[in-house]
Design a binder for this molecule. Structure first.
Ligand SMILES: *[C@@H]1O[C@H](CO)[C@@H](O)[C@H](O)[C@H]1NC(C)=O
Ligand SMILES: *[C@@H]1O[C@H](CO)[C@@H](O)[C@H](O)[C@H]1NC(C)=O
Ligand SMILES: *[C@@H]1O[C@H](CO)[C@@H](O)[C@H](O)[C@H]1NC(C)=O
Ligand SMILES: *[C@@H]1O[C@H](CO)[C@@H](O)[C@H](O)[C@H]1NC(C)=O
Ligand SMILES: *[C@@H]1O[C@H](CO)[C@@H](O)[C@H](O)[C@H]1NC(C)=O
Ligand SMILES: *[C@@H]1O[C@H](CO)[C@@H](O)[C@H](O)[C@H]1NC(C)=O
Ligand SMILES: *[C@@H]1O[C@H](CO)[C@@H](O)[C@H](O)[C@H]1NC(C)=O
Ligand SMILES: *[C@@H]1O[C@H](CO)[C@@H](O)[C@H](O)[C@H]1NC(C)=O
Ligand SMILES: *[C@@H]1O[C@H](CO)[C@@H](O)[C@H](O)[C@H]1NC(C)=O
Ligand SMILES: *[C@@H]1O[C@H](CO)[C@@H](O)[C@H](O)[C@H]1NC(C)=O
Ligand SMILES: *[C@@H]1O[C@H](CO)[C@@H](O)[C@H](O)[C@H]1NC(C)=O
Ligand SMILES: *[C@@H]1O[C@H](CO)[C@@H](O)[C@H](O)[C@H]1NC(C)=O
Ligand SMILES: [Cu+2]
Length: 573
């Protein structure tokens, strides 16, 4: 049997009981008072066995997946990270806006220098105006493959969900497992220029489950009672793969995306991209069905060539109580790995629940061509990328180079010379058929280039996928802000006809959106958070190849609109 703390899925029982007691015994004002939650994250190696192999992996406090953080809107989180491993590490609180706590955002060499071996750093931030499912993960090299966990923000006390209160809430974290050392995998890929070795399994709450050899004992089980409704908080923490998700014989009602409520819709299959979170309601059948269990399965979505991705399927079990092992097991039908039509139909269904405040006027427009490319093989090297080159990736043909000091520090101390420039092109230098015939030259240009924005700029950004070295979908994640997804389509963006169809009424608000394979997506956001904010593909292989950039948002006039000074324990490079 699986040993997992999520077993029985009653993790909310204690906080809810506590909340009840507080409401009963405290006066009104105290009930709404915010709470400070203290955590210590000791980063240390731990032997973990999966697929019948034991290996030593970086963990938080020896746990894999890492500890759950459960707080309420308005609360403060203080996490002291102590690094006991040989790798440099940082942590990112994915989707948290970090208003007035910019120094806690985490990406290494962007927000902060990494926490080196034997050192520590305190992440200290308040949850302002956000509630829902988010997550935390390491943000240095590929360490997030084992260093991740849920970050669940409950509504303020006394505030209910905009849907019926579920009987129980269960985080479902999808992940990726490598038998090899992922740090060796990325190092080898960057050295040879080839695509990296793929993972050996996907996981549900850290467990690969019965579809893999020697793994049935490591299966996550969701036990439900007939007639009850469960809130599944689905998080894609996989390193390099967008995932389809389905539960046999059960339709799911989507109610939230990236910690933003959406108009409920039902579906039998979800697509969740790395970095994205999706809350769904699962209604258990009114009486115990004639099955021992229903598989909860996930499999990859990609337009990459077969053989270049992990094409396995992971499963967990949905079991009704009372359990009858003599009945058959029911499996879901998942889409084919390259079923772009299902993805596009699914993503088109998301709408904000409440009328949002979409920027109507746009101060600055950007058109970013995002995709793969190549770089020449260094002299006296043998490269194994396309045609003897090395794989690279870029935004407007600029492949991002991480600096050796942190961008935010350079910006704050006004010592940006030699660290970064603010001349990332607003559009590609040369127009070409982005989704058509390849240009002759697929070489990228390297640089640490950013875009500077005055405080409160209203931004419209069209991200156009390219077909260079093969069209792929890219889940782009913006730090420090949510954005509205106002339009998307296939082929080349048409600046004349596409904006007419933009949804400015009820577009979904997210922090991560897929740029469709051989297509485009348009987003709008207001740059109301001064600081330096990374925007990157959340497939770590593309991030390592340079598919990233940073927005430098300048201070506003009021004291509350200025970047605060760095904390005294901010790591040094
Ligand atoms: C992991 O297992 C190896 C081999 O048994 C052992 O030498 C090592 O000390 C263990 N590491 C940890 C962190 O427990
Ligand atoms: C966290 O930040 C708050 C607000 O800046 C500050 O008052 C508090 O002392 C900080 N706590 C720690 C442990 O750094
Ligand atoms: C990647 O796969 C190749 C082929 O199976 C193998 O030779 C190599 O050792 C692997 N690299 C790593 C870092 O595991
Ligand atoms: C599952 O769904 C199929 C098709 O709707 C139905 O025939 C079957 O009876 C269901 N099985 C169970 C155990 O609910
Ligand atoms: C995965 O791809 C390999 C190579 O294309 C193929 O041999 C294998 O059958 C595929 N596995 C699954 C589960 O689709
Ligand atoms: C998807 O992959 C299958 C199997 O490799 C192939 O036959 C099919 O043409 C592909 N579909 C698309 C739309 O590329
Ligand atoms: C996608 O939606 C279109 C239009 O509603 C429909 O014709 C098509 O069958 C759908 N495709 C899939 C795979 O769901
Ligand atoms: C490449 O190798 C040759 C022969 O070993 C050597 O003479 C030359 O200096 C090397 N060039 C570089 C750029 O390292
Ligand atoms: C591969 O590189 C060679 C030499 O640089 C060049 O002549 C050829 O056109 C390239 N082929 C492709 C498919 O890019
Ligand atoms: C771009 O290339 C595609 C595929 O070759 C083609 O169908 C399309 O017409 C081209 N678009 C333009 C504007 O040339
Ligand atoms: C590629 O190069 C050939 C020969 O120089 C030229 O005729 C052709 O127009 C080029 N194609 C593109 C897409 O730039
Ligand atoms: C760790 O970070 C420091 C400071 O940036 C850097 O000098 C060092 O090379 C890094 N170590 C590794 C193993 O990347
Ligand atoms: Cu990508």
């Amino acid at each position: 049997m699986a040993t997992n703390s999520l077993h029985g899925s009653s993790f909310l029982t204690r906080p809810l009981l506590f909340a009840l007691i507080v409401v009963l015994v405290m006066p009104e004002t105290a009930a709404s008072a915010s709470v400070t939650h203290h955590y210590t994250f000791d980063i240390r190696l731990q032997n973990v066995t999966r697929l019948c192999r034991t290996k030593s992996i970086p963990t938080v406090n020896g746990q894999f997946p890492g500890p759950k953080i459960i707080v309420r809107e308005g609360d403060r989180i203080i996490v002291k990270v102590v690094n006991h491993i040989k790798d440099n590490v940082t942590f990112h609180w994915h989707g948290i806006r970090q208003l007035r706590s910019q120094w806690a955002d985490g990406p290494s060499y962007v927000t902060q220098c990494p926490i080196q071996t034997g050192r520590s750093y305190v992440y200290n931030f308040t949850i302002v105006g956000q509630r829902g499912t988010l997550w935390w993960h390491a943000h240095a090299s590929w360490l997030r493959v084992t260093l991740y966990g849920p970050l669940i923000i409950l509504p303020k006390l006394g505030v209910s969900y905009p849907f019926p209160q579920p009987y129980k809430e269960v985080p479902i974290m999808l992940g990726e497992w490598f038998n090899a050392d992922p740090e060796a995998v990325v190092a080898q890929a960057l050295q040879t220029g080839a695509g990296p070795n793929v993972s050996d399994a996907y996981t549900v709450n850290g467990l690969p489950g019965p579809t893999y050899n020697c793994s049935a004992k490591d299966t996550f089980k969701l036990r439900v009672k007939p007639g009850r409704t469960y809130l599944l908080r689905i998080i894609n923490a996989a390193l390099n793969d967008e995932l389809f998700f389905s539960i046999a014989n059960h339709t799911l009602t989507v109610v939230e995306a990236d910690a933003n409520y959406v108009k409920p819709f039902s579906t039998s299959t979800l697509l969740v991209s790395p970095g994205q979170t999706t809350n769904v309601l699962l209604s258990a059948a009114p009486s115990v069905p004639a099955a021992s269990a229903f598989l909860i399965s996930a499999s990859p979505y990609t337009t990459a060539r077969p053989g270049t991705f992990d094409n396995t399927t992971v499963s967990a079990l949905l079991e009704y109580q009372p359990y009858n092992k003599n009945l058959p097991l029911v499996k879901p039908t998942l889409p084919l790995f390259n079923d772009t039509q299902t993805v596009s139909n699914f993503t088109a269904k998301f709408r904000s629940l409440n009328p949002p405040v979409v920027p109507r006027e746009v101060d600055r427009r950007f058109f970013f061509a995002v995709g793969l490319g190549t770089s020449p093989c260094p002299r006296n090297h043998t490269c194994q990328g396309p045609n003897g080159t090395k794989f690279a990736a870029s935004i407007n043909n600029i492949s991002f180079v991480l600096p050796t000091t942190a961008l935010l520090q350079a910006h704050y101390s006004m010592k940006t010379m030699g660290v970064f420039t603010t001349d990332l092109p607003y559009e590609p230098w040369h127009e070409f058929n982005y989704t058509g015939t390849l240009p002759n030259n697929t070489f990228v240009t390297f640089g640490t280039k950013t875009v500077m924005l005055p405080y409160n700029t209203s931004v419209e950004l069209v991200m156009q996928g390219t077909s260079i070295q093969g069209a792929e979908s890219h889940p782009l994640h913006l730090h420090g802000h949510n954005f509205y997804v106002v339009g998307q389509g296939f082929g080349n963006y048409d600046p004349e006809n596409d904006p007419i169809r933009f949804n400015l009424v009820d577009p979904v608000q997210r922090n991560t959106v897929g740029v469709p394979s051989a297509g485009w997506v348009a987003i709008r956001f207001r740059a109301d958070n001064p600081g330096v904010w990374l925007m990157h593909c959340h497939l770590d292989v593309h991030l390592s190849w340079g598919l990233t950039m940073a927005w430098v948002v300048n201070d506003g006039r009021l004291p509350s609109q200025k970047l605060p000074p760095p904390p005294s324990d901010l790591p040094k490079c």
